[in-house]
Design a protein around this ligand. Structure first.
Ligand code: 5AD
Ligand code: FES
Length: 350
């Protein structure tokens, strides 16, 4: 690590900001030593704000049916081999009840853009969840919808919304998505969600095809300016039935490095160590927490559908019961001096 890298890392630690060109240089200058220093600084910040606690979210994958055709995703419309399913309202409420008993106080309903989940249907599920578990947060991760739809869902009780921006570079966005999808609309959705009073999560894949240090620098600048409440990042992992089947996966090292940088840019951010990170390395989630992440999102979906929600190949936890997943993560977190808590896990502004 040269002196310039050191200075950038110091500046990021104190100012939580760098010019975009210096984000490029930071990414290009990554080595083991700079990664270690960033992880140390990020861990100090995480501990200062969140102590030894790691927040959990119970992930319920409610539908693998999707009208979109994102080139990277295993459940894209164009994948005729994908096994499709949709959970019923009763299935979803049962998963949440099981999750509640296990100590989850946030439920994330995630799914493809499935036309079955109209505002009426989804609002009914959200309000039933909130009525049964008033001490829980409900997070939606159901893709792009209209502002009116986001408003209705918010009024029904949804607290948070995850919508990864995928890339903050419009040209890069266009290479990852079919032409009917637009970068501008994606950004519009994120703004709408914020204005409607949601806690908002953005994010991107590390090592997605055509990603460069320049596009990543734009992602970092976007996070710096947008100040999301949550930020989901994980490695790109190819899915065998997509156009990107032969592309290389994102790396553990680059993902960890970016987790640390994001913690320094926006210290209170809720930052998950994702399932994708656990998929590319058996200790990926532990390493993610040690690099600055503070959230894990174990799977609460019914066993029968787990393997069908395949965004990428070799996804972990598809054979484990919800209770096992929580216990497994609890053990893993205690192994690194952290602990899972029974808590909604709201952002803590220092
Ligand atoms: N590898 C890793 N992450 C993926 N996602 C979709 N496909 C893949 C893949 N092949 C991520 C996207 C999406 C989120 C739900 O999952 O970033 O926003
Ligand atoms: Fe799911 Fe370990 S977290 S089995």
């Amino acid at each position: 690590m040269n002196g310039r890298m050191m200075k950038r890392i110091d500046r990021l630690t104190t100012q939580h900001s760098l010019p975009e060109s210096e984000y490029v240089e930071l990414i290009e200058g990554r080595d083991d030593e700079s990664a270690r220093l960033l992880a140390e600084r990020a861990s100090v910040l995480r501990r200062a704000i969140y102590g030894d606690t790691v927040f959990t979210r119970g992930l319920i994958e409610i539908s693998s049916i999707c009208r979109n055709d994102c080139l990277y995703c295993g459940i894209r419309r164009g994948n005729a081999h994908a096994d499709r399913y949709r959970l019923s309202r009763e299935d979803i409420l049962a998963c949440a009840a099981e999750g509640y008993a296990l100590g989850f106080r946030t439920f994330v309903l995630q799914g493809g853009e499935d036309p079955f989940f109209t505002d009426d249907v989804l609002c009914g599920i959200v309000s039933a969840l909130k009525a049964r578990h008033p001490d829980c947060a409900v997070t939606l991760s159901m893709g792009e919808r209209s502002r009116d739809s986001y408003r209705a869902l918010r009024h029904a009780g949804a607290d948070r919304y995850l919508l990864r921006h995928e890339t903050a570079d419009p040209g890069h966005y266009a290479r990852l998505h079919p032409k009917e999808m637009s970068f501008e609309h994606r950004m519009r959705c994120l703004q709408d969600l914020r204005e409607l009073g949601y806690q908002v999560g953005c994010g991107f894949m590390v090592g997605s095809p055509f990603q460069t240090p320049q596009t990543l620098a734009k992602d970092l600048k976007f996070i710096e300016v947008f100040q999301p409440d949550m930020c989901g990042i994980g490695p790109f992992i190819p899915h065998h039935d997509t156009p990107f089947r032969d592309e290389p996966a994102g790396t553990l090292e680059e993902t960890l490095f970016l987790l640390s940088v994001i913690r320094l840019i926006h210290p209170p951010v809720l930052l998950p160590a994702t399932t994708a990170l656990g998929t590319i390395d058996p200790q990926g989630r532990e390493k993610g927490i040690l690099a600055g992440a503070n959230v894990v999102m174990p799977n609460l979906s019914p066993m029968e559908v787990r393997s069908k929600y395949a965004l990428y190949d070799n996804k972990i936890c598809t054979d484990d019961e919800s209770a096992q997943c929580r216990q497994c993560l609890d053990r893993r977190m205690r192994g690194i001096g952290c602990r899972l808590v029974v808590d909604r896990g709201d952002i803590r502004h220092p």
